[in-house]
Design a protein around this ligand. Structure first.
Ligand code: ADP
Ligand code: MG
Length: 671
């Protein structure tokens, strides 16, 4: 109540059945007694009566509630039951509810502090949401010191009704919010989050600090993709696709936020560094070298010539520009002005150590002027103690952050550049291929008969239904039939045991490559014997006789899928063998993936050069790989019943791809 009464210009009405007056205000017995409909109710009653209050709110038309009370899903089965009920009521009356179990919300624009935190923040253009209420109070305390202001602050609590996606959507349309920052521990509807955040990122940058999760769920998975695409990878992929900037530390989150809230966006990925000190210049250059996004700007000839005139002997006219220790503000200005005129340069960093001839306040004013004049971001790294503090104050007046550490300044510009790149990219829709869904469903239904709802190569037709190329072949259950199928195929064949009980066929000698026509019958008998020896009661469906692919100029790749509880289907790509198993060199995206995302997946793996002919091979047909990734993405999006799937290997060569092996798990209840 005191927080609310403090600055809020609207009306606040206390409700409590035991009092007639509270804080000098008339107090009502319940929401129904208030003679008008309130805009929002802050609920701080005991957990056992929260739902009654919410129900009444719904009845009298109060549509917005902040439930601070704890004792819901976070406390056990009774609390969880209470939270389910709360959701039902919210749905019935179409209520917007923040919490329960949260600190509350603030809106500095209207001076509303509906939290039980100790301070109100400064006004600003950053909106902040957090899954931890305690983190909010710590951040606000620190931000007061740092002079960082906020528009809205939201403690998400248990997210029973409203979650991060709802707020992103709201802030995207809020003219007073320029940057969104979020501390998240989990994301509930991953697909929806990606879509909303990507859309919002078109004009509102979103910075997310996410704490880690355990990979226990991933370890329990039985496919390659399952073991590799764990929770952490899902978030990585989801954040990439949603256009959010991911911060790894609290410091980084605010470095990004401050840069994004006060500076223009760079128009290229190249940065110019202007310094009066050699050492820090080297540090900054190293930091640019470490960045995946930024590059040191290469100056045009004109730029170099112009710089030559203004910089004395002993300095450096190439990037990083060293204006030498005796540089005054004018020399800095000249160098910066020239560098920012260079068309390659998209941003700049001004580095300075204190000297007798440099005045940090004048230098700060100049930096702000130059940024304004060129419409480009300049980060300050005016180093030192008390002097630097003055520079901090002067620069922050202009919305420019100042850093002590050159690498931190570079990181902030990197964040801006990454966001500028996101904005430049158009949002692409996944390709919709013409496929045979009915046939796919029929094949998936066969999983009901198999052990643990698993399917193997006997389900290869599933891939045919989605036009993913497979070698010619068939499954047979007699030596004669095997011979017949082999005879219809040119040259030697590959024969494999087909059994849902045998996951790794080669491990038991269940794959024979290069079987000549004359040996097909014997090979059949041998495969069956091996399977029987391995597991006498194995359910053996037969033997697959398959066209043999000449692997000479081919690369074995893996395309797979695994479901993340939060993000849904994750599609994985990598090279077979040690690359996936030992190096874990894979790329992952949340399905459905677009053409561009599938292309990135191929680009991203470290072994990509091997596909492109690094060992003197003919390069593989990358377009076919990219198309296969998308077709698989469509398959697993169309059928939520597919829990895991591996095409291992998808053989890729100059003439296209062939899926020679398949393994999947189906939840037949979902078909
Ligand atoms: P599993 O993974 O269960 O051991 P696969 O069907 O993947 O069985 O076969 C194992 C390996 O045999 C493949 O990685 C590939 O090197 C080779 N192989 C399988 N099928 C063919 C084929 N049709 N043509 C050429 N090589 C094949
Ligand atoms: Mg295999």
């Amino acid at each position: 109540m005191t927080n609310l009464l403090d600055e809020y210009d609207g009306e606040v009405v206390p409700i409590n059945p035991k009092r007639d007056e509270l804080f000098g205000l008339e107090c009502y017995e319940d929401l129904g007694q208030v003679p008008y409909t309130v805009d929002m109710a802050v609920v701080v009653v005991p957990p056992t009566i929260v739902n009654d209050v919410v129900e009444q709110a719904g009845e009298v038309g109060v549509r917005n509630l902040v439930i601070i009370t704890a004792g819901f899903g976070e406390t056990g089965s009774e609390g969880a039951q209470r939270e389910r009920k709360l959701k039902e009521i919210a749905e019935e009356y179409d209520l917007n509810i923040v919490g329960p179990n949260c600190l509350g919300i603030m809106n500095t624009g209207i001076g509303m502090n509906a939290t039980f935190g100790p301070d109100s923040p400064l006004e600003g253009n950053i909106s902040f949401m957090s899954q931890s209420g305690a983190f909010i109070t710590a951040v606000l305390d620190w931000a007061l010191d740092e002079g960082i202001g906020f528009k809205d602050v939201v403690s998400l609590g248990n997210k029973a009704v409203m979650d991060s996606t709802d707020f992103i959507e709201f802030w995207d349309d809020d003219p007073e919010t320029d940057v969104v920052i979020a501390y998240l521990e989990s994301i509930d509807e991953g697909g929806e989050f990606i879509e909303t955040a990507r859309e919002a990122s078109e004009d509102t940058p979103i910075v997310v600090l996410k704490s880690g999760r355990t990979d226990a769920a991933a370890q329990a998975a039985s496919s390659h993709t399952g073991a590799i695409a764990g929770a952490e990878e899902a978030y990585e992929a989801g954040f990439k696709q949603s256009g959010v900037l991911r911060a790894n530390t609290v410091q980084e989150m605010f470095d990004y936020a401050r840069a994004l809230s006060g500076m223009p966006l760079p128009d290229t990925e190249e940065i110019a560094i202007v310094t009066n000190a050699g050492g820090p210049g080297v540090m900054a250059t190293d930091a640019v070298g470490d960045s995946d996004v930024l590059e040191m700007a290469e100056f045009e000839e004109d730029t170099v010539e112009a710089l030559q005139e203004g910089i004395p002997e002993g300095g450096n006219i190439y990037n990083p520009i060293d204006v030498v220790g005796d540089a005054d503000v004018e020399r800095f200005e000249k160098a910066l002005d020239i560098a920012l005129q260079d068309p390659n340069v998209g941003s700049a960093l001004v580095l300075s150590a204190p000297t007798a001839v440099i005045d940090y306040e004048n230098l700060s004013d100049m930096v702000a002027e130059m940024s304004e004049k060129h419409g480009l971001p300049i980060a300050g790294c005016l180093m030192g103690g008390e002097r630097a503090q003055k520079a901090n104050d002067a620069l922050s007046e202009y919305g420019i952050p100042n850093y002590f550490d050159p690498s931190q300044a570079v990181k902030a510009i990197e964040g801006l550049t990454e966001y500028a790149n996101t904005r430049k990219e158009e949002i692409r829709e996944p390709t919709e291929y013409d496929v045979d869904r009915d046939r796919a469903r029929e094949i998936l239904e066969r999983a009901e008969e198999g052990e643990d709802n698993r399917l193997g190569v006997e389900a290869m037709e599933l891939l045919d239904a989605y036009d993913i190329p497979t070698p010619q072949g068939d499954i047979v259950d007699s030596p004669d039939e095997a011979h017949e199928v082999a005879a219809a195929i040119d040259g030697p064949v590959v024969m494999k045991i087909v059994s849902p009980d045998i996951l790794h066929k080669s491990d038991i000698g269940g794959v024979k490559v290069g079987v000549e026509q004359a040996d097909v019958r014997d090979a059949y008998e041998d495969l069956i014997t091996r399977a029987r020896n391995y597991q006498p009661d194995a359910n053996i469906l037969g033997v697959q006789v398959q066209e043999m692919i000449d692997l000479d100029d081919q690369t074995e790749t893996i395309v797979g899928m695994n479901r993340d509880p939060q993000f849904g289907p994750l599609v994985m790509f990598g090279l077979g063998g040690i690359f996936v198993e030992v190096m874990e060199d894979t790329s992952i995206r949340v399905a459905p993936v677009s053409d561009k995302e599938a292309t990135e997946m191929v680009d991203e793996i470290q072994a990509a050069p091997l596909l492109r002919g690094a060992r003197g091979q003919t390069p593989a047909d990358e377009d076919e790989i990219i198309e296969t990734i998308q077709r698989l993405s469509q398959l697993v999006t169309d059928f939520p019943a597919i829990l895991e799937l591996d095409i291992n290997p998808l053989v890729a060569g100059p003439d296209g791809v062939e899926a020679v092996d398949l393994r999947l798990t189906v939840d037949t209840d979902q078909l």
